[in-house]
Write a protein that binds this ligand. Structure first.
Ligand SMILES: Nc1ncnc2c1ncn2[C@@H]1O[C@H](COP(=O)(O)OP(=O)(O)OP(=O)(O)O)[C@@H](O)[C@H]1O
Length: 325
């Protein structure tokens, strides 16, 4: 078990990455959220300060639910969320200090980028919406395209204009739900640079992702969510090093599972290999090595791979899952 899981077992909240005397701009304490019978978030505690923090986990892990609770769009079923030292619930004054970039697309594609950002400035009751919109658009380097309809933007441009809309009132806390999804490598670099610069300005920026290497470049500190629970929190590298110490189970489906299994058994970090129909079930101590080796071995033997999947819900498997993307 990684250290943070041991902490959870002792029922201590996982205090994230805040130095003991540093500011805690976001504090989540023993928060759970369920939708009917579905437990989306289960007894999660963490605290973070200014700078960029990554919220990592596979689809359905509960990331959006946590982000919506931070933004005040959802109320926890149990526990408390405090942002900038204040309770989020029924606290409209706080919404003026928080910006949210939701996962879903811009609602009105016929609006120009400028109109869309200006609308948010008006909703925030800013005294000079035009100036605020222009400044936010410049901040995300979208001035040249600002007067074109959002519907014609590339994915990366749409994400940037959404960031501008969330930034228009200069919030101290910025919440971004999967901002890099669907962007190409160049757009991703631009967005990462922008997000990092917002963190460097002293804002608290929390960014969700289901892709490990995205988070690696975005944030030095991460929270890892698995099945609604906080599986790890802290320095990205320290967490990855710990993960490397753990065995994990992987299923590889292929058109010739038997031959593939016979070849894979020679890999050094392999702990066990079993064939089940068209699948090879593997336990390994070094999943990254396995992920590198499997396509290579398959290619050499002319075997077609259908699927490579991590099998359990451990933190290790989540990383196996995200590393494989
Ligand atoms: N409005 C809802 N009603 C019922 N179940 C929901 C609702 N919203 C989310 N869930 C469920 O709660 C769990 C967590 O969902 P959430 O969207 O927070 O995860 P996520 O990590 O953001 O995943 P994704 O990246 O797919 O959005 C999932 O099992 C999801 O199906």
């Amino acid at each position: 078990m990684v250290e943070v899981e041991q902490q959870a077992e002792e029922q201590r909240p996982v205090a994230g990455f805040v130095p003991p005397d540093g500011p805690r701009t976001i504090e989540v304490t023993e928060v759970s959220k369920w939708y009917g019978d579905v437990v989306a978030v289960s007894n999660v505690s963490f605290a973070i300060g200014p700078g960029v923090t990554g919220l990592l986990g596979p689809n359905g892990a509960g990331k959006s639910t946590i982000l919506k609770m931070l933004a005040g769009l959802l109320t926890p079923s149990m526990g408390t969320v405090r942002v900038l030292g204040e309770p989020v619930r029924a606290n409209p004054g706080l919404y003026r200090r928080v910006g949210l970039v939701p996962e879903q697309e811009v609602v009105y594609p016929f609006l120009t980028g400028r109109e869309f950002v200006r609308l948010n400035a008006i909703l925030q009751r800013l005294p000079d919406p035009d100036a605020a919109a222009a400044a936010a658009i410049a901040r995300v380097e979208m001035t040249a395209a600002a007067d074109r309809p959002v519907g014609g933007y590339s994915k990366g441009m749409r994400q940037r204009i959404k960031v501008a809309a969330a930034l228009v009132h200069e919030p101290e806390v910025l919440i971004l739900d999967e901002p890099l999804t669907g962007t190409d490598p160049l757009q991703r670099l631009q967005l990462i640079k922008l997000i990092r610069s917002l963190g460097a300005e002293g804002r608290t920026v929390i960014v969700s992702s289901h892709i490990l290497h995205e988070v690696e470049r975005l944030a030095d500190q991460i929270l890892v969510l698995v099945n609604g629970k906080l599986a790890a929190a802290g320095d990205y590298r320290a967490i990855r090093d710990k993960i490397d110490e753990h065995a994990r189970r992987v299923r590889v489906r292929a058109d010739d599972a038997r031959t593939l299994a016979a070849a894979l058994i020679r890999l050094p970090a392999l702990e066990s290999v079993r064939v089940d129909g068209d699948a090879v079930l593997i336990e390994t101590g070094d999943v990254r090595d396995l992920y590198r080796a499997v396509p290579k071995v398959a290619r050499e033997l002319g075997i077609r791979l259908y699927e490579v999947t991590a099998l359990d819900d451990s933190l290790a498997s989540v990383f196996a899952y995200v590393t494989a993307r």
